[in-house]
Design a protein around this ligand. Structure first.
Ligand code: HEM
Length: 456
């Protein structure tokens, strides 16, 4: 990963193939000197050749050949300008893709130095009546806030947390595994366009939802539990608590109920008015992913390598189907042979796709850190689990430290869950055009858990 970052930095530094830099020891701060001493006005690969002769103008330039991990790249581009050109254009596209505001986020400026009036300001100044109407609806309905907070429902629905907790407790009493399923549901919600309750939506005439995406089909569970909790909440405080928040609270309560850590769930998410099977197919990581694909998948959500290792620790509870671990037990070498053999008995090369095995072979219904110990013994059930530890992987040290220290794992798990729960929540009148904003306010929060009913 580090190597990759240096690689990108290196490539983009090659803008120094053209241009000038300034200076003597003191004064003359604005004197210019060529960044590429040979061809400062032509875009070529001489910059790299300069670096190989220790003639990089800036400290940061020359650093690229002093760091062993980038030496070979510099040599490569010094020797092959067409390769440099090809990689340069790729990296420029990548850089231009850094968090763009698209759709209805942000605005189109009239003068690039000045912001244009926001929709709210526009209404307030140009359409005061409309502004008052909209603000009143927003405040009365659900006290929209820009940021999530733990006390979001304390005045509008003080029963919210106890109701969810009671629902989760009853569900786990009925079937212990459901705690794991609810935790996973929150993860699958957050990874697809943010934690917005989209995973709960049934298909309708405008979209195919996420329930039939590869990772969810015949696999995601717990929808009825959420429906029941939502029904209770609608009785207690109608149209106040979002489905996305129910998932976040239920995930925490499940972990606590099964013996894991607790944390203050940040609340105030609003529900999406759409869902996307194709987004679910691209955004939810697959059990066949290697470490670098897992890292990319998490990094696309703003989550770190550490978050990846910690949140994968969720696999210390719950079950997986034969189809999810078949290729690991038949094709991989980084698996304990007797462990693989025992699994082959229940999961044949073909058939029995839905036969289940515990993700943590020792304590599948107790939230603890034994999952990491399994990985150290090459007894991870999924290929993606074992990728986190292979004796030679950049994440080995994290696995070792959580295997050795449950307290540390619990502490970090709580932190990473809060971070995951913060993935792009809908919190304001975001992403809605002015003409529909009023109606969308009504639709946003008050969607029954499973149905999206279009308001006319
Ligand atoms: C790192 C990437 C991940 C991959 C590739 C992955 C993949 C999977 C797969 C394939 C299953 C079994 C599904 C089946 O066979 O039906 C599973 C189960 C599960 N996953 Fe993950 N997962 C990942 C990360 C996470 C995260 C971040 C969480 C929670 C924060 C999580 C929580 C769970 C739980 C609790 C189960 C058991 C669910 C049950 O028993 O119903 N997973 N995961």
């Amino acid at each position: 990963m580090d190597h990759f970052i240096t690689f990108i930095v290196g490539l983009l530094n090659k803008d120094h193939t053209i241009g000038l830099a300034r200076c003597p020891r003191t004064g003359k701060d604005n004197i210019h000197r060529s960044l590429d001493i040979r061809t400062p006005t032509s875009f070529d690969n001489f910059y790299f050749r300069n670096l190989l002769k220790n003639k990089g103008l800036l400290h940061s330039d020359q650093e690229l050949v002093n760091i062993a991990s980038t030496d070979s790249l510099v040599k490569n581009y010094a020797a092959d300008s067409s390769r440099f050109f090809k990689q340069f254009s790729k990296s420029m596209i990548k850089m231009g893709n850094i968090k763009p505001l698209t759709g209805n986020s942000g605005e189109i400026r009239i003068n690039c130095r000045k912001i244009v009036l926001s929709q709210r300001q526009h209404w307030r100044l140009k359409e005061p009546q409309a502004f008052i109407r909209r603000s009143f609806t927003a405040v009365c309905s659900f006290q929209a806030k820009g940021q999530l907070s733990p006390g979001y429902y304390s005045s509008t629905c003080p029963q919210a947390l106890p109701i969810v907790k009671a629902g989760v407790t009853a569900a786990i009493k009925n079937e212990t595994r459901i705690g794991a399923s609810l935790l996973r549901l929150h993860f699958h919600d957050c990874f697809v366009n943010g934690c917005d309750g989209s995973v709960l939506l049934d298909d309708n005439s405008t979209f195919i939802g996420e329930k039939t995406a590869v990772a969810n089909n015949n696999s995601a569970r717990g929808f009825n539990v959420v429906d029941n909790i939502k029904a209770q909440l609608e009785k207690a405080c109608p149209r106040v608590v979002s489905c996305a928040d129910i998932l976040a609270i239920a995930a925490r309560d499940s972990v606590v109920q099964l013996g894991g850590p607790s944390w203050k769930v940040l609340l105030g998410r609003r529900d999406s008015t759409t869902a996307s099977r194709s987004a679910a197919n691209t955004s939810i990581p697959q059990p066949t992913f290697n470490l670098s694909a897992l890292i990319s998948s998490f990094s696309a959500q703003g989550l770190s390598i550490k978050d990846l290792v910690i949140l994968s620790g969720s696999h210390n509870i719950g079950l997986a189907r034969c189809t999810s671990f078949r290729s690991h037990i038949y094709n991989d070498s980084d698996i304990d042979p007797s462990f693989a053999n025992s699994l082959r008995k229940i999961c044949p090369r073909s058939g029995n796709d839905n036969v289940l095995a515990p993700l943590d072979r020792q304590t599948p219904t107790r939230f603890d850190s034994l999952y990491y110990g399994n990985l150290l013994g090459k007894k991870g059930l999924l290929h993606s689990d074992q990728e986190l530890f292979n004796g030679n992987s950049s994440t080995d040290y994290l696995v070792k430290s959580y295997a050795a220290n449950t307290k540390l794992f619990f502490k970090e798990f709580a932190k990473s869950m809060i971070k995951m729960g913060n993935i792009k929540p809908l919190t304001e009148i975001l992403g809605k055009s002015e003409s529909t904003a009023g109606k969308q306010i009504e639709e946003h929060v008050f969607i029954p858990a499973r149905k999206y009913k279009k308001q006319v």
